[in-house]
Design a protein around this ligand. Sequence first.
Ligand code: FPP
Length: 251
Amino acid sequence: MPEHSLPIQSLDPEKLPRHVAIILDGNGRWATSRGLPRIEGHRKGAEQLHDLFDVFLALNIPFLSLYIFSTENWKRPRQEIDALFQLLSFFIDENLKIFKKNKIRMIVSGDISPLSNAIQNKLNSAIAETAKNYLLTVNFCLNYGSRAEILRAAKDAILSIHKNQTAQDLTERIESISESEFEQYLYTKDLPDVDLLIRTAGEQRLSNYLLWQSAYAELFFTPVFWPDFSKDDIFQALLDYQKRIRKFGSI
Ligand code: FPP
């Protein structure tokens, strides 16, 4: 990795987060402030992901979740939605080799069924082709929203129990569902809880992102627009995380 103004050595390797989730915000504002079309912001935003992958691999941070497209993003103009998915398609074409070489596993959280067959096929084959990779899991959150995820999980849990239980012991069995059993119905069932949640571009809200998984996450907000979020900004967020005292409800 190239030199940075914040040296990697200033981080305590024992106190790094295992799972970082990012709300990549400000692509549109970054582009408009330069007189460019919004999609140019998304394009630069997608390029920035390489810096993240480099840093996470160098520091052995094993899980990264990225909010690429929310259930609410369908309200955007059709042209922007199409351009975003076209960008995603190019991104996979360009990066699959890099993912394989660097042992990066790609997974998706969200309901991809409304996406075109071509994109669904591309996503499914990238997921399958990288399934055995173990150094870094990148969780692409696509058509993702926490409330939809939790509601779907609740329905799936009850339906699956209903299928396997007799009517008499159904209530007792449903009452016995624990948090860890319920988590098996979330998209993120193979991922640990989020330790650090970063949102760029000055907004300080969670926007329906990984609400269950971030119950004890440390939050980091920065005014930097996503396309400008550099390696130094990642280090800054990690340094700030290391200063927090995590209590998980204890004293
Ligand atoms: C928010 O910026 C960003 C998104 C809705 C999409 C995130 C997408 C990327 C980082 C690029 C695409 C990545 C891949 C892998 C294809 P915004 O448009 O809401 O910005 P604004 O709030 O300034 O308008």
